[in-house]
Design a binder for this molecule. Structure first.
Ligand code: APR
Length: 231
């Protein structure tokens, strides 16, 4: 049965009130990436980095999934084949909207990671500097998110899914960060039909068979209805 692989980015959570990165007023116009989203930034000023992620964790905890998150969960439930959701987002809105087995290639805000022993645990709402690891007691716990210069998670699994995809959809991402920005080429090489659903054409829009423009809460439910047929 035909397999659908979906990549999502910050744009799918924009209508849930979570900021994107590169839109007008986005996070990268408020913070410097090198200060809050690199291992060097964390080593230089862990309090600034923990504060950045504490603020995003608090905002994400208050956010609700929107119609786009819920439509993808419905697609997973009702599509006869496998539907794999790979997200660059670190919020938990896909799961809150009913999605299963979401692959978080950039980690999750709700997770804490020990940089010394690799132990993972559920992050408290506010992480503080020098938090002891529950497993090894080392004092350098960090948010379990992937920073620039680090390897995204689950890449082998993601490439396996892309190799077997009949459809690939990219939703709410600007297509400026690799390796995610190249997934459309991987999928196309495997013969998948590719579609981008975005507020405006992404950097890689010309690589897609179809481009559907508009807010995700409108375009994604309509796209799912078209795939599933009338309810
Ligand atoms: N509906 C659909 N798309 C939207 C909406 C919306 N309501 N609002 C914004 N968008 C689109 C924008 O047009 C833009 O193309 O979402 C995209 C957001 O792009 P970015 O802010 O660059 O976010 P993203 O692509 O997810 O960034 C990728 O970069 O900083 C790193 O790790 C971070 O995971 C992030 C990665």
């Amino acid at each position: 049965m035909e397999k659908i692989v979906i990549l999502t980015g910050a744009g799918i959570s924009a209508e849930s009130g979570l900021g994107t990165f590169r839109d007008e007023g986005g996070l990268w116009s408020q913070y410097r990436i090198e200060d809050v989203a690199t291992p060097e930034g964390f080593a230089r000023d862990p309090a600034l980095v923990q504060g950045f992620y504490n603020a995003r964790r608090a905002q994400a905890a208050k956010a609700e999934p929107n119609l786009a998150h819920r439509a993808l969960a419905r697609l997973q439930r009702d599509w006869p084949g496998e539907v794999v959701i790979v997200t660059q987002n670190v919020d938990g809105l896909h799961e809150a909207g009913g999605a299963q087995d979401v692959i978080h290639m950039h980690g999750i805000l709700a997770g804490a990671l020990c940089a010394a022993c690799g132990h993972r645990w559920t992050a408290p709402p506010e992480m503080s500097v020098g938090e002891p690891c529950p497993a090894c007691a080392a004092l350098n716990a960090r948010p379990d998110v992937v920073w620039f210069g680090e390897m995204p998670y689950h890449m082998d699994t993601i490439y396996d899914h892309l190799a077997g995809a009949s459809f690939f959809a990219s939703i709410g991402t600007s297509g400026q960060v690799y390796p995610a920005a190249a997934f459309v080429h991987e999928a196309a090489m495997s013969g998948a039909r590719t579609v981008e659903l975005n507020l405006e054409p992404s950097t890689g829009a010309s690589s897609f068979d179809d481009v559907i423009l508009g807010p995700a809460s409108e375009t994604v439910p309509r796209w799912v209805d078209d795939l599933l047929g009338p309810r």
